[in-house]
Design a protein around this ligand. Structure first.
Ligand code: NCD
Length: 314
């Protein structure tokens, strides 16, 4: 299989500004990498001799593991650095850390940071390709791409679909990246959140804003639930988690408002019993584990697009 590679940028910092062609070209490449992870030998030589550094200043299970597996399945050398074991705990600045890593000649730096804009700051000062693996409350482009991959596989398309993104939208980089990507790809996006958890001027992202979950779910093709981000809830945004789950949690009764073939998504980690009922999370319409599997293929596609010399995908 050959690909045209219209994603001709040095970095992947966000889905804001990506064109529909770029989005679909990443998803098409991910389709070709998807099967690699299901073979008995889960490795291709595409990035042999390349080095990927995963630099994570925030906790992560899925994102860090899937970037690591993506790099390894492409035969790259992969180094993982997390804050608790790096010199960041001794007070070294982000830029000093990156400069020192760059002295060791990596090809790609995958960065997760609690400050919005950190990957952009590094990208402007770096020789390497930079991939944003989540910056503060700003963007998480590979999550949106793996979500789009999962939706496209389940529904056969993105355009014309109605996607309800529900929960703690205010703190969610996943919601922002999905809003940019899905509206560009021709989907209708609805945000549903209590007033205190809805960003001001959310409409400017091109989404429809709801302050109750029920009308947002009506007729939706895709229901994407978001985690209540307790670590970013500095003020009193919520009364109690019990009240939140009673008014905003996704249960079977609420899901019945969506289309009968609607799929249920969650980027993880889930607060079971808070934003999502376990029966729904584990139910027949849940594609949450498909999202996790898609994460490896999409990150293989992204690493390949940025770092591979003009080589074909497998
Ligand atoms: C998300 C994140 O870190 O932004 N998780 C993920 O990457 N799968 C969402 C979250 O933390 O709630």
């Amino acid at each position: 299989m050959t690909f045209n590679r219209p994603y001709r940028h040095k970095h992947l910092l966000g889905t804001e500004g990506m064109t529909a062609d770029e989005i679909h070209s990443v998803l098409n490449a991910a389709e070709s990498f998807f099967d690699v992870s299901r073979r008995s030998v889960r490795k291709v030589p595409t990035l042999r001799g390349k080095t990927v550094v995963n630099l994570f200043y925030e906790p992560s299970t899925r994102t860090r593991t899937s970037f690591e597996l993506a790099g390894k399945r492409l035969s790259a050398d992969v180094i993982n650095i997390s804050t608790s074991s790096s010199s960041a705990v001794k007070g070294e600045s982000l830029l000093d850390t990156v400069r020192n890593l760059e002295a060791m000649q990596p090809d790609v730096i995958v960065l997760r940071h609690h400050a919005s804009g950190a990957p952009h700051y590094v990208a402007e000062r770096s020789r390497s390709h930079v991939v944003n693996a989540g910056d503060g409350t700003h963007e998480h482009p590979t999550q949106a791409l793996l979500d789009a991959f999962t939706i496209r596989r389940a529904k056969g398309r993105l355009d014309g679909l109605t996607v309800a993104i529900c929960g703690d939208v205010l703190h969610s980089r996943v919601a922002r990246s999905n809003a940019h990507l899905l509206t560009t790809a021709g989907a209708t996006v609805r945000f549903a959140a209590p007033h205190t958890l809805m960003p001001v001027e959310a409409e400017k992202l091109g989404v429809h804003v709801f302050h109750r979950i029920e009308p947002a779910l009506e007729g939706a093709d895709v229901v994407m639930m978001l985690r209540v981000q307790r670590e970013r809830l500095a003020g009193s945004y919520l009364p109690t988690t019990r009240e939140y789950s009673r008014t905003f949690g996704l249960n079977e009764a609420r899901l019945a408002l969506a289309k009968s073939d609607a799929i249920v998504m969650h980027p993880g980690p889930m607060n079971r019993g808070v934003e999502i009922d376990p029966a729904v999370a584990d139910g027949a319409r849940s594609v949450i584990m498909d999202q996790v599997e898609a994460g490896v293929a999409v990150r293989m596609a992204v690493l390949w697009m940025l770092a591979a010399p003009a080589e074909p995908a497998p």
